[in-house]
Design a protein around this ligand. Sequence first.
Ligand code: FAD
Ligand code: NAD
Length: 405
Amino acid sequence: MKRPTILVLGAGYGGLTTVVNLQKSLGADDADVVLINKNDYHYESTWLHEAAAGTMSPESVRYDIANVINSNKVKFIKAEVQAIDVSGKVVTTNVGTHTYDYLVISLGFEGETFGIPGLDKYAFSIANVKAARQIREHIEYQFATWSTEEVKDDSRLTIIVGGAGFTGIEFLGELGNRVPELCKEFDVPQEKVRVLCVEAAPMVLPGFDPELVEYAVKQLNSKGIEFSIGTPVVEATPEGVNLKKGEDEFEFIKAGTVVWAAGVRGNRLIEETGIENMRARVKVDKDLRAPGHSDVFIVGDCALMINEEVNRPFPPTAQIAMQQGDMCANNIIALMKGNPTSEFVPDLKGSVCSLGDSDAIGVVFGKKVTGTKASFMKKMIDNRALFMIGGAGLTLKKGKFNLLK
Ligand code: FAD
Ligand code: NAD
């Protein structure tokens, strides 16, 4: 019998975990495992706020895919996926086409702008490592330009962060540490800098534990970060953003940098597959297959699963993407052997939100944590993700070991 081709699209948390598990469990002759990713490196999406603020170099956030795959068992192709035809079972990339017996779509997230005018054009999104580098360099450019221009435009030194969800708050935490460094480096008086977070909901980190939210806001305020709550961004222009402050009340805020961190959607390629989706996320079957497509698995941020306890989707996280990668590999192997597939049940251990290098808030195994203890846990979680994919070698090379700082 012809050995099956397993085609995995995307080398983020979901895709790489799938591939690493397949290569652990399959012999070199059992299947042709092909991994396609647009870069020859993986980046830690969960560290992108650090690269964007400039508290970590973009190089530290990424590692070569070749370091974690066994080339005897997995063929890696650097290519950009352009179309996925699930009826014809063909994937088109910029360097060729590929057929498959089993397809794993793990193409990750994109920033969601909800159609708000101007955001696509005038705001940055912490969506990948190149975008993070661009944000860092744009902020540095604004500081450098302010310090050399004769007629000073102070709005260059205003940074607006749209959204006070986990991404917005983690980015603000890094900015809290980075702004004093930038002021020193570019001879900018710190009182000229304004960092403002704008949130549509009536609270920061909507739905999170109020006591922890209060701690986070206090810590960020102490670093000079301001919040405008209950004031959705309704427009972005080349000069800044317009906020809705009341029924017919708006306020325009001039800013040299606008970073949009107000939510994510799945990869836009999903929308062209013909598979039913919501904001490019597919409500997958319990075994992670796309409804009506028994040979297509979807994992990570392109997949949507409902948490029946609260009747809302599970949040798109790396934690869930990696667990889905494990299960996806197991289920493909089960199908290859003619065995039944298993149901995916997320094992949620909690969540920790960093507030800069040495501070954080979180709920872990049901317990609240703050400060250096929470920050320590966040770094351990980051190191665990490296370990799960690349073992001790990768963890030692790329891990975070300033644990008690
Ligand atoms: P991704 O990690 O986005 O990977 C997708 C991969 O597909 C990438 O390698 C990309 O280059 C590739 N790709 C995309 N399009 C194409 C194409 N057309 N062709 C070829 N390749 C392509 N979650 C947590 O659980 N904990 C956290 O602490 C946490 N922190 C976060 C911090 C930030 C700043 C952000 C933005 C997110 C954070 N998340 C966190 C969420 C988490 O990062 C995502 O849920 C996770 O990355 C989803 O994994 P994935 O495998 O679906 O996709
Ligand atoms: P999110 O959807 O969690 O938060 C987006 C925020 O933007 C919300 O508070 C929302 O009210 C606000 N918003 C929406 N429209 C707005 C508007 N017009 N103006 C102003 N504010 C607006 O998105 P996220 O923070 O990007 O997180 C995406 C996913 O990644 C989530 O699942 C999150 O849990 C995960 N994540 C986890 C961590 C962590 O565990 N440490 C860190 C970052 C992200």
